[in-house]
Ligand binder design. Structure first.
Ligand code: ADP
Ligand code: MG
Length: 245
């Protein structure tokens, strides 16, 4: 579903991805961990064309997004982005739209779904994330955990083939983290292909098929969670885990 080869990305002189190779198969959950500044967000943003890498190749959802600094054109990119859902740390809901309208606006405008069909789908998604009773609420009235669940429902409304999560629970009060992780676990169990940057090691341990450890713009190791958490091959992985666990 995702294949990344030899990805290099620099901001000016500052090289932040130094040759990243990664594959994510259909229905796999890949969790990316590593210290702040190691390039995790940049890697994720490259996967839906929010950043352009100077060198390397990215195939995603059966399309070549990037080869050696050349991206799909804008209309191809927009089409691809409907297949690649992204959820950020900051929820980025539209503040002037109700919860339901936040979810239906994408399908209605980008996929030309009828208002009735979009509403039906939106209500089903709200049910899935446990927020049916909030359809008419405004985002400002929701807790952080509820906002993030709406953001996930909004991404799902585009019927993506892949979901990218960039620290989806990092902005939440601790007691609200669980409700968002539960929704993500449900998605994983349904077979969604997911790439997740998180510091929630419990989620990584329980849900990841592969845990990828980044440091200094490189993947320093990638393995099953039981290996990463009990017997990592890299000293830097060990010291990172000691700091966060
Ligand atoms: P992580 O998500 O692992 O914390 P990032 O991918 O956000 O790491 O950042 C990797 C490096 O790239 C950091 O040194 C960061 O300061 C730098 N960086 C990220 N975005 C930009 C940008 N838009 N312009 C310049 N430097 C950036
Ligand atoms: Mg980041």
């Amino acid at each position: 579903m995702i294949q990344i080869q030899g990805l290099h990305k620099a901001y000016g002189d500052h090289e932040v991805l130094k040759g990243v190779n990664l594959e994510v198969d259909k229905s796999q959950v890949v969790v990316v961990i590593g210290p702040s500044g190691s390039g995790k967000s940049t890697l994720l943003r490259c996967c839906n064309g929010l950043e352009v890498a100077q060198r390397g190749m990215i195939d995603i959802c059966g399309q070549r997004l990037l080869t050696n600094g050349k991206m799909l054109n804008d209309s191809q990119l927009n089409a691809l982005r409907t297949q690649v859902g992204m959820v950020f740390q900051s929820f980025n809901l539209f503040p002037h739209l109700t919860v339901l309208d936040n979810i239906t606006v994408g399908p209605r405008t980008l996929k030309k779904t009828s208002a009735a069909a979009a509403k039906e789908q939106g209500m089903a998604l709200l049910d899935k994330v446990g927020l049916s009773e909030k359809a008419a609420a405004m985002p400002a009235s929701l807790s952080g955990g509820q906002k993030q669940r709406v953001a996930i429902a909004r991404a799902l409304a585009m019927e993506p083939k892949v979901m990218l999560f960039d620290e989806p629970t990092s902005a939440l009060d601790p007691e609200l983290v669980g409700e968002v992780l539960s929704v993500m676990k449900l998605l994983a169990k349904e077979g969604m292909t997911m790439m997740v940057v998180t510091h929630e090691m419990g989620f990584a341990r329980d849900m990841a098929d592969t845990v990828v450890v980044m440091d200094g713009g490189r993947i320093i190791e990638a393995d099953k969670p039981e290996v990463i958490f009990t017997n990592p091959s890299q000293e830097r992985t060990r010291s990172f885990l000691q700091a966060v666990l």
